[in-house]
Unconditional design. Structure first.
Length: 381
């Protein structure tokens, strides 16, 4: 039989082994019982907030990754480093730069006055767009990256060539493949269009030569603000227009002169891109116009070349082509450009260059199409 120990604090009392031991209780104020549930609720809210923050950060990283991947594929500055060889090849061709050349082909076809919405003409126009965009622009951009590999090693080390993601021999091979494919497509377009003289092939060789001396030493036209930017502007406006018009009609001297003059506006557009790289150009000894003249003078040269060119073209449409309606349309498209110049570009061309281009350039490219339609209507009449 077990002996029972007296309970502490109660002499003579017997503690039963079956009786639960009392829990010590501390006095509490009225309403204090709600303290623990409230603390639990606060902690739950904090945990939820932390989880939401983690999910938000994960979402931002995912979007940043997707944006960086998209920039990589389009060849835009800031793209992520890629390992897939075909994506690297695509990045070298900078697909985002194909669009203006393709638009130039559309303008040339419209200016011919002979484009029809037939299967044959649509197929020829698509072939000309492939020639101007993926093939020849791709050739130009790949070659430009090759000759800029030392500068890119400092400014954009993630680019395919300086990062070592693609071997030098592969870059050289891509340049030659795009060049030869472009010449082949151009010759095929000449045969398809029934040309006695291979106009499109000749334009292809001329454009490729300009692209080479623009990027490669010893000439390297891009080192000069005037010559380099005009070569760039004419490549985006005149050459694709000529190709489009030659495929569907006859490339005449007056149209060639008109587009060469219109390329002065392209000079102004190219100057806009120079403001964001003033320090780098100065360090590398490149005489861009903002470096040579300073920001204040260069910004007025830029907008003056864009506006004066289009005003002269509007006058030519009105009095040379006798199309007052399209001249007024072109004037109406110039006014918003001037507005955005004074709203964004003139106050701060360095900070607002992208914002200005995004706002104003759509009006310029539609003005280019308006001019092409005026030329096409004149050729038809």
């Amino acid at each position: 039989m077990l002996a029972h120990r007296p309970a502490k604090g109660r002499p003579g009392a017997v503690a039963s082994p079956h009786r639960p031991k009392a829990l010590p209780l501390t006095p509490c104020r009225r309403g204090a019982r709600a303290r623990w549930p409230r603390i639990g609720t606060v902690r739950a809210v904090q945990d939820t907030q932390k989880q939401a923050e983690k999910e938000s950060q994960a979402g931002e990283l995912e979007l940043e990754s997707e944006g960086s991947a998209a920039a990589q594929l389009l060849g835009i500055r800031g793209g992520s480093k890629e390992t897939d060889k075909w994506k690297i090849r695509l990045q070298l061709t900078k697909p985002v730069t194909w669009v203006p050349l393709i638009w130039g082909v559309v303008c040339g076809a419209a200016a011919s006055g002979q484009y029809e919405w037939s299967i044959n003409d649509v197929a020829r126009s698509l072939a000309t767009m492939v020639l101007a965009g993926p093939l020849l622009t791709g050739y130009t951009q790949t070659m430009n990256d090759w000759y800029d590999r030392e500068i890119d090693a400092i400014n954009e080390p993630n680019r395919p060539i300086p990062s070592g993601a693609i071997a030098p021999w592969e870059v050289i091979a891509q340049i030659w493949v795009l060049l030869l494919a472009g010449v082949g497509v151009a010759y095929g377009l000449d045969k398809w269009s029934g040309h006695d003289f291979p106009v499109v092939t000749a334009l292809t060789f001329f454009g490729c030569f300009i692209s080479y001396i623009y990027s490669a030493p010893p000439l390297k036209l891009k080192q000069s603000g005037w010559i380099g930017n005009y070569a760039l502007g004419s490549s985006y406006i005149a050459l694709p227009w000529w190709a489009g018009q030659a495929v569907f009609g006859t490339l005449t001297l007056d149209v060639m002169v008109l587009t060469v003059l219109y390329s002065i506006a392209g000079l102004g557009i190219a100057i806009v891109n120079d403001f964001k790289s003033i320090e780098g150009d100065r360090a590398m000894g490149l005489e861009s116009l903002p470096v040579a003249f300073g920001v204040e003078k260069a910004k007025w040269i830029c907008v003056g070349s864009i506006d004066a060119t289009q005003l002269c073209v509007a006058a030519y449409i009105a009095w040379g082509l006798h199309d007052e309606t399209k001249a007024l349309i072109l004037l109406a498209l110039i006014l918003p450009q001037i507005f955005f110049q004074f709203k964004y570009f003139i106050p701060d061309p360095v900070a607002n260059d992208v914002k200005y281009q995004a706002s104003a350039q759509p009006f310029l490219v539609f003005g280019l199409l308006t001019t092409a339609l005026a030329v096409g209507q004149y050729n038809m009449g």
